[in-house]
Design a protein around this ligand. Structure first.
Ligand code: DX5
Ligand code: ZN
Length: 218
């Protein structure tokens, strides 16, 4: 039920394939791949060819987080690159329902994300059309930022709405997740946890992943 998704944004890009392989050995559930276009967010990371280059190094679920202005245009590319789960932002320029449908049509799971200032209610119309909601717990664009506690009310509101309607939707949180904040986010109703710095800067990544999972459970 609780899943840990290390974000390779905090990894050593010169050894990305090794890092992906290492995360699988360390017991991660997903591998979080942050795609940034320098337009939707003020930073550029990597795109489909880089993801494709590490696909055969790792059997984890490829959890692709698109922080790009026009996600709909690129769904086929990311599917071909090996994405299993594709998340895009409700604040992007692509039509939400059409983009969710497209992701499902290519055979991937869907995630719909909101930035810290976007109200929880904005995702309510899509709860029965998506597999996951990603509530950003920092402003998207950079790793290593501090967890925004005031986003937790949104996690709870979305979890309550999911339960009220009897739906089965994951809630992912991303940004500033560590041994302590994972507890707060789990209590609020999240069940998929992205962690970049916490995992890749840890002395022992497998211990950190296990700790994150345990702390979420308790
Ligand atoms: C931020 C990215 C995050 C980031 C998280 O825009 O979406 O996935 O890598 O990094 P940490 O865990 O270091 O906050
Ligand atoms: Zn992310």
């Amino acid at each position: 039920m609780y899943k840990i998704s290390p974000s390779v944004l905090a990894s050593d890009f010169s050894r990305l394939g090794d890092e992906a392989e290492r995360m699988e050995k360390c017991g991660a559930d997903y591998l979080h791949l942050d795609v940034m276009d320098g337009h939707f967010v003020p930073n550029i990371s990597f795109g489909a060819p880089v993801i494709s280059s590490i696909r055969n190094r790792c059997g984890l679920v490829f959890d692709v987080h698109l922080m790009i202005s026009e996600p709909l245009k690129y769904i086929d590319d990311f599917k071909k690159a090996g994405a299993d789960l594709i998340t895009f932002h409700i604040e992007s320029d692509s039509p939400v329902e059409e983009t969710l449908d497209k992701i499902h049509a290519v055979g991937c799971k869907t995630g719909l994300s909101i930035k810290p200032k976007t109200p929880a209610e904005d995702v309510f119309p899509y709860l029965d059309k998506t597999d996951m909601i990603l509530v950003m717990t920092v402003e998207p664009g950079f790793g290593g930022q501090s967890f925004m506690y005031d986003t937790m009310d949104k996690v709870t509101a979305i979890r309550n709405e999911i339960n009220r309607r009897g739906l089965d939707v994951d809630i992912q949180v991303d940004g500033g997740i560590n041994e302590e904040t994972v507890k707060v986010a789990a209590k609020a109703g999240a069940n998929v946890f992205v962690a970049g710095s916490a995992v890749f800067r840890a002395e022992d990544a497998s211990v950190m992943i296990e700790t994150l999972r345990k702390n979420a459970e308790n």
